[in-house]
Design a binder for this molecule. Structure first.
Ligand code: ZN
Length: 278
């Protein structure tokens, strides 16, 4: 098995300071958070950004500031969201890609998201994919439902796949596929040959989903975007704490945690891109 890649999704588009007092919001806070997570074993930072008042934004300037701050302090692989918030327009969601992060998330289908709908019709997904590839960005296919794997395969077949294939299995979003005990093995078994994958358990399911991924040779994503409670009635105190938990689970399972260099090799990413946004 490859060493375990830990992705930290430290911000998201929905969480507020009312619920999570330690949510990083400014570029400096995000970079400090990223540095702590890197120390604890994370190798990818999945990035959302916020406006000064804390509301989610897809503003290119805010992404540039956060990207520059992270790259100034860490060697982490930076993965932009292309989902944003459910209220963001298609044009707003695609705009930050011009900054050429290492990776970007790409959800390959529409799905209910609580009371809202996360809109990802096929033409949008195709446009985002083509844009990512033209900029040398490696997509991470976000899978909320089994059919999204088929959508990703179609995309790869239609456009050629001159890059490593990496998936993230997201389980337990209200409105999408629950974190059933057999969900991770089922989805992993249907991924294309040679693909790598991580798994994300939303809410308390992060422990079970993380253990499944570690055991089955996948990788793990966690962080405030996905997890509010570290344990029952115990709000997570930091993203670092969540990384440490996953790293501890890997240690218990006898699986080493990947360095950033190892993660780059596994994911077929070129070397550090420097400080574009600084
Ligand atoms: Zn996200």
């Amino acid at each position: 098995m490859d060493p375990l890649i830990i992705t930290i999704a430290g911000i998201g588009a929905e969480l507020t300071r009312d619920k999570q007092p330690n949510l990083p919001l400014t570029a400096d806070e995000i970079a400090a958070d990223a540095a702590q997570c890197a120390d604890a074993g994370a190798s990818i930072y999945h990035l959302h950004v916020r406006a000064a008042d804390g509301t989610p934004t897809m503003d290119v300037g805010a992404f540039r500031a956060a990207l520059g701050a992270i790259r100034a302090r860490t060697e982490l692989i930076v993965q932009f969201t292309s989902g944003g918030a459910v209220t963001d327009t298609e044009d707003a969601r695609i705009a930050p890609l011009e900054l050429q992060p290492d990776m970007a998330s790409l959800t390959t289908g529409s799905v209910n998201f609580g009371d809202e709908v996360f809109h990802n019709p096929a033409p949008l997904v195709e446009r985002f994919y083509v844009r990512m590839r033209s900029l040398g960005i490696v997509p991470e296919f976000e899978i909320f439902e089994p059919g999204m794997i088929g959508n990703a395969e179609r995309l790869l077949r239609d456009h050629g796949d001159d890059h490593h294939r990496h998936f993230d299995l997201v389980l337990g979003v209200p409105g999408a596929m629950p974190a059933w005990p057999d969900a991770v093995p089922f989805l992993a078994a249907h991924l294309p040959e040679g693909a790598s994958w991580s798994a994300t358990g939303i809410g308390r399911s992060y422990v079970q989903v993380g253990q499944d991924a570690i055991r089955l040779g996948g990788h793990v994503r966690t962080g405030f975007e996905d997890v509010l409670y570290y344990e029952a009635r115990e709000v997570a105190t930091s993203n670092r704490q969540l990384v440490e938990r996953i790293a501890g689970m890997a240690r218990d399972a006898g699986r080493p945690v990947a360095t950033v260099a190892q993660a780059r090799e596994i994911l077929g990413l070129e070397a550090h891109r420097g400080t574009l946004g600084a």
